[in-house]
Design a binder for this molecule. Structure first.
Ligand SMILES: Cc1cc2nc3c(=O)[nH]c(=O)nc-3n(C[C@H](O)[C@H](O)[C@H](O)COP(=O)(O)OP(=O)(O)OC[C@H]3O[C@@H](n4cnc5c(N)ncnc54)[C@H](O)[C@@H]3O)c2cc1C
Length: 477
């Protein structure tokens, strides 16, 4: 049975895919448009036509969210779905370095000093409250270490000396709920699931690239326009009852109404490549032996900002060890189009073109090298295999933006975006919450509804207040 309403989704990244699957489960007629030829490149992050946060070898899965307990709950819901999806695909056991989408490698949260930081204490308190404190292991806690030994996790409680105070070690917490997703593989899988369910994909630089939304006067709401469909680069018009903008860091360019709510900024990624013949390093950095590691080189400042945040993931089956620096998320200010509802000095931050996104600014390189020298000295003199800027879709408060856009009549435009650096882990279930919101608006029973609503009154913060010339502006880096 097909629902009477048709939905056209712009973007086949995590947000678009997840929503497409969930809406199809509710019998909507769903088509998805993406300018990348994902049916041919399988979300290969190195393909020439791919620029998407979701197209990446791996992303961190964590349920540790400080005092944002709603995201902790959402992450735990998603974890169950990842595990059961892998089980359904026949990958529940055996070698960890297999084709699983979710790998429970554990994650070591290394603290800035030899003490637990405030955020860490909040996380542990919330885990206690949810009855899952026993999944966390504090390095300096003897009882936790004994428990880790009994449960076979002790080898991932790695110890690191603090440079300049070698008598001290960094405090660290091993989170055994956490691990990573094989992100591109997961997108490829969920795209194929969607195809099987009957979602139609329009992909590629002509048939899949959306040039504009088609707007007409509403016959129902006076003085308002509704969106009746979209136009692709090949000139074709595709009509739909609801158009969803899920184009990640490109969303504001498709729908400038998002300009107040979102900003594109870049995270810095660098990889080393281990050759399989180097059996010692191959084993040492394998997901069986090496956890995801995160480190804040400095505590959060008084305004809650991180400036020293950095992480590394275990090596991939191809031998890649990826380090990500998010201490400074770089902005790229360019002239905003005439009529954009919000701009700073006439500018807004948008992604750099793909071919200009492979050089890391000096402070990012410095931070990565410092991290390597303390935590991964094996690579201290090894050149990077690759470097890349990967574009975030930052929101004003790090929560996603998933709602109808009130500017347009008849609920004809819905946005599903604002991943803010933590959306990948929710791929299996994000769309179910989003579909409920799309269908029921304020009557949605999703516990995420209040956090994801259209929020024009949210104060401009989270770095989005800085504007051109600010401390993160890549043209000054
Ligand atoms: C550096 C970095 C590290 C991250 N780390 C983590 C992590 O460890 N854990 C985690 O859970 N999350 C992480 N995230 C967040 C996560 O990757 C994002 O939340 C998620 O991938 C966003 O998905 P999306 O679908 O909104 O956007 P995207 O993945 O960017 O997809 C948008 C899609 O829209 C398409 N598109 C754009 N414009 C058009 C157009 N005009 N016409 C047609 N198609 C178009 C693009 O081709 C793309 O496929 C990270 C993000 C970044 C940038």
């Amino acid at each position: 049975m097909t629902h009477e309403k048709s939905v056209a989704i712009i973007g086949a990244g995590i947000f678009g895919l997840s929503l497409a699957n969930a809406l199809r489960d509710r019998n909507y007629e769903v088509s998805v448009f993406d300018r990348s030829q994902y049916d041919e490149n399988g979300y290969d992050p190195t393909a020439d036509d791919v620029q998407a946060a979701s197209a990446d070898h791996n992303k961190i899965f964590r349920a540790s969210y400080g005092n944002e307990i709603h995201y902790q709950h959402l992450a735990l819901e998603s974890r169950k779905a990842w595990v059961s999806e892998d089980e359904n695909r026949g990958f529940s056991s055996g070698n960890i370095d297999d084709k699983r989408l979710f790998v429970n490698s554990g994650m070591l949260r290394v603290q800035p000093t030899d003490h637990l930081a405030t955020l860490e204490k909040e996380t542990l308190a919330n885990m206690q409250r949810d009855g899952i404190r026993d999944t966390q292991f504090v390095e300096s806690d003897t009882a936790d270490c004994e428990r880790a030994e009994r449960l076979g996790w002790k080898h991932k409680l790695l110890h690191f000396k603090i440079p300049d105070s070698p008598e001290k070690s960094y405090e660290a917490v091993l989170d055994t709920l956490a691990g990573f997703l094989r992100c591109s593989n997961a997108c490829d899988h969920y795209r194929q699931v969607a195809v099987t369910k009957g979602v139609k994909f329009h992909l590629g630089a002509e048939a899949g690239a959306v040039e504009s939304l088609v707007k007409v006067a509403s016959r129902v709401e006076a003085n308002k326009q509704k969106v009746s469909g979209l136009k692709t680069k090949d000139g074709a018009i595709h009509n739909a009852d609801i158009v969803v903008v899920a184009a990640g860091s490109f969303s504001t360019q498709i729908l400038p109404d998002l300009s107040y709510h979102l900003e594109s900024s870049a995270g810095s990624l660098a990889t080393f490549k281990i050759d399989k013949s180097d059996t010692e390093l191959w084993e040492k950095y394998s997901p069986e032996r090496f956890p995801v590691m995160t480190w804040k080189s400095t505590p959060r400042d008084t305004s809650g900002k991180d400036t020293g945040s950095i992480y590394v993931l275990p090596r991939t089956p191809e031998g890649l060890v990826k380090i990500g620096y998010r201490g400074i998320k770089w902005t790229n200010f360019q002239p905003a189009p005439q009529g954009a509802p919000f701009a700073q000095n006439g500018q807004w931050s948008v992604p750099l073109p793909l071919k200009e996104s492979s050089i890391l600014p000096e402070p990012a390189l410095h931070a990565v090298k410092q991290f390597v020298s303390i935590f991964m000295p094996d690579f201290e003199n090894t050149p990077f295999h690759s470097t890349k800027l990967c574009w975030y879709t930052d929101s004003l408060d790090n929560s996603f933006v998933i709602d109808h856009v009130p500017t347009y009549a008849e609920n004809s435009v819905f946005v599903c975006t604002g991943g803010s650096g933590h959306g990948a882990k929710f791929l299996p279930i994000l769309g179910q919450h989003a579909a409920d919101i799309l269908e029921k608006g304020d009557k949605s029973t999703s516990f995420m509804r209040p956090f994801w609503r259209w929020r024009p009154d949210a104060p401009r913060r989270n770095g989005l207040e800085e504007g051109p010339g600010g401390p993160r502006d890549i043209s000054h880096a």
